[in-house]
Design a protein around this ligand. Sequence first.
Ligand SMILES: Nc1ncnc2c1ncn2[C@@H]1O[C@H](COP(=O)(O)OP(=O)(O)OP(=O)(O)O)[C@@H](O)[C@H]1O
Length: 517
Amino acid sequence: MPRGRRGGRVSALEGGPEGREAAAEQILLRGIFEIGRDSCDVVLSERALRWRPIQPERPAGDFQYDLLCKEEFIELKDIFSVKLKRRYSAKQQGSGTLLGITLFICLKKEQNKLQDSTLDLINLSEDHCDIWFRQFKKILAGFSNRPKSLKILLNPQSHKKEATQVYYKKVEPLLKIAGIKTDVTITEYEGHALSLLKECELQGFDGVVCVGGDGSASEVAHALLLRAQKNAGVETDSILTPVQAQLPLGVIPAGSTNVLAHSLHGVPHVVTWHVQPVDVCSFSTIGKLLRFGFSAMFGFGGRTLALAEKHRWMSPNQRRDFAVIKALAKLKPEDCEISFLPFKSSQDLQERESNRSLPLPLDCNEQWQMIQGQFLNISIMAIPCLCSVAPRGLAPNTRLNNGSMALIIARNTSRPEFIKHLKRYASLKNQFNFPFIETYTVEEVKVHPRNNTSAHNPEEEERPHETASENSFPWNVDGDLMEVASEVHVRLHPRLINLYGGSMEEMNDSKATCNCL
Ligand SMILES: Nc1ncnc2c1ncn2[C@@H]1O[C@H](COP(=O)(O)OP(=O)(O)OP(=O)(O)O)[C@@H](O)[C@H]1O
């Protein structure tokens, strides 16, 4: 961990736009500190802390001298804690000898990862440090959207059971440094987070953090949204416009795929104050809300998950590979009717509003489009679903909060062609560039399996949905198995939940790949 200087968002500012911006900023404090081994002229302004080594005067135009004196800086938003730095000796009583101030900062590393680091500002003067320390404290207190207290839900069973270690080794120490209070619940069974969040007291918490995989994160998001509807007195089974979740959700990825965390830009430790609104889907059937979630797969994706779940005793990678191979071996199209409401951008709506000569549709249903046939897979995704097996995302054309979902349909084709399509996800080539793939940008989708007998056919040697309940079809909703016998109606709800994003640890640094393809 770099201590002292040259750790950070340290760069030369002169000449560039940042340099000009810096000049316009109001200076709050200016003083001398030792940073690294240099005595530096340090300037604290509204947005950044800048420093430059103090050098004896040299003739103008000395190029080497200019290079040595290049200014370095960190942005104040990247400081997450400040402490007085003291040395304690065995004999000494009291608060120890003051050495200066330590700033705890986030450094941006490659691929959007953040790394925690420290910057020591050394000055032995109590008065000098006190002024600076209080100013840093004031600045930190001004970041009002940073959480002070978090409810943590930890799934000890995620992936290879590393969530507990990830949290206590990597996350909790940072939360402590940042002065964030925590209340941790280790979940004991599937659905524990949901039942806990239905009832528990959340007043006094600024956010909820889930340590686990996509299934856990999605369960917590679902629970927070259900809670919000209940608090607002909204009848969930007939909701068209659900109310927003009251608390933001943080995700510490410790699962197998970590699609949600990847899609939120991956990256280190929970000590983040960047919050972004994210679109959410609701899944309902015959007037009953099934759940909230971010993405779903029906057909091949659903069956693969059902098979993997049935083999939970295998290691996560093994069961995933096994399930993909088995689902491919028994590849079978689903006879479906898919209706969807194409996405109308706000521009479209404005144009329609301003051009009143355009005939308005007589019936809202007119806008619905319908396709039917034999489909190998249907994906419905509100977020891009980045993961190690699809670095560009399962739905690269959608965004976290663009108010639309991607509907990606794989029509029936030969097994080799379908495998070619799947393999493309791992590459940089366009995975949709196949005649049997269709993509749509939509607001709502209804998937109606037409021939329910295919869900359970005793004539067949083995049931095609051998892992699903009789007469029901397996859906993969955020990595969780959902079994539904009838039509599923998926609606997009723009910006329904806030997620802490932009600085979560990319635990999935592992080169997780699907070995079977
Ligand atoms: N103690 C527990 N024992 C068994 N299951 C649990 C427990 N706690 C939570 N669960 C359930 O485990 C399910 C899957 O967990 P999670 O998504 O965290 O891990 P994963 O499946 O390994 O990761 P991913 O979804 O990213 O592939 C969740 O639906 C959650 O409800």
